[in-house]
Ligand binder design. Structure first.
Ligand code: KIV
Length: 269
């Protein structure tokens, strides 16, 4: 059965009637297919692939070519979810024209339906220009991991004076035309205040349950990345242990010559 594609209009309708929007990251076609079949509304091809796929400590090294490659793979795997692609570090901060070309690559070569970029009011003009020419943009405020070296770490943002700036940034992004905003690692009361201050969906990660939707990194929610244990994360499976167990069983059976047995071998006829 083929289900209808989730579009910006579907996401807006969910927001309008208060239905929480579910977003999960994926980086390849097989995970995208499984996550899509599970009924998620949107798949984010996050630049978190720098951490979970490439083994970097930050998302800073991720390139445009890598984002295009992974986005295209996800798009081949998912037939229903809306597909959002992250714009990687320095693919949008160095000029409007180059940012548009890069966002265009994610949509034309990667088959993304929208793009996400990190940052507040300084990107208002860019977002305005992108949306005016048909590139839907999701914003990202709070902890913006591409700025880890500026922040000096991955801690909670928006405590104290920074809270008001985040609310103002959210209003500016909405005014510029962003269709939704990720709020990462902010206190739940601030996430609620942002959500109440704007008329577009907020998608939280480490931001409490008052946002219009939630996003998690698939490898974290599935327990694959099982040494990563931030307070906000709930693991819905323990696949890290399951993978180690299954591969360990295979290694033992090969060493004992019990695999492959006759059932898993070809005979003459
Ligand atoms: O890159 C990513 O996966 C993200 C989410 C954590 C929101 O930006």
């Amino acid at each position: 059965m083929t289900s209808k594609r989730v579009t910006l209009n579907s996401l807006r309708a969910m927001y309008a009637d208060g239905t929480p929007i579910t977003v999960v990251t994926a980086y390849d076609a097989t995970f995208a297919r499984l996550i899509d079949e599970a009924g998620v509304d949107a798949i984010l091809v996050g630049d978190s692939l720098g951490n979970v796929i490439q083994g970097h400590d930050t998302t800073v090294p991720v390139t445009m070519d890598e984002m295009v490659y992974h986005t295209a793979a996800v798009a081949r795997g998912a037939s229903r979810a809306h597909i959002i692609a992250d714009m990687p570090f320095l693919s949008y901060g160095t000029g409007v024209e180059s940012a548009i070309v890069n966002a265009g690559r994610l949509m034309k070569e990667g088959n993304a339906h929208s793009v996400k970029l990190e940052g507040g009011r300084r990107f208002a003009d860019l977002i305005q220009r992108m949306t005016s020419i048909g590139i839907p943009v999701m914003g990202h405020l709070g902890l913006t991991p591409q700025s880890v070296h500026k922040f000096g770490g991955f801690g909670v943002r928006g405590r104290g004076d920074e809270a008001e700036a985040i609310i103002e940034d959210a209003k500016v992004l909405e005014e510029a035309g962003a269709y939704a905003i990720v709020l990462e690692m902010v206190p739940r009361d601030l996430a609620r205040a942002v959500t109440e201050a704007i008329g577009i969906p907020t998608i939280g990660i480490g931001a409490g349950n008052a946002t219009s939707g939630q996003v998690l990194v698939s490898y974290d929610l599935l327990g694959i990345n099982d040494s990563f244990k931030p307070r906000f994360l709930k693991r819905y499976a323990e696949l890290g242990g399951a993978i180690r167990g299954a591969v360990g069983d295979y290694v033992n059976e090969v060493r004992q010559r019990s695999y492959p047995d006759d059932e898993h071998s070809f005979g003459d006829s």
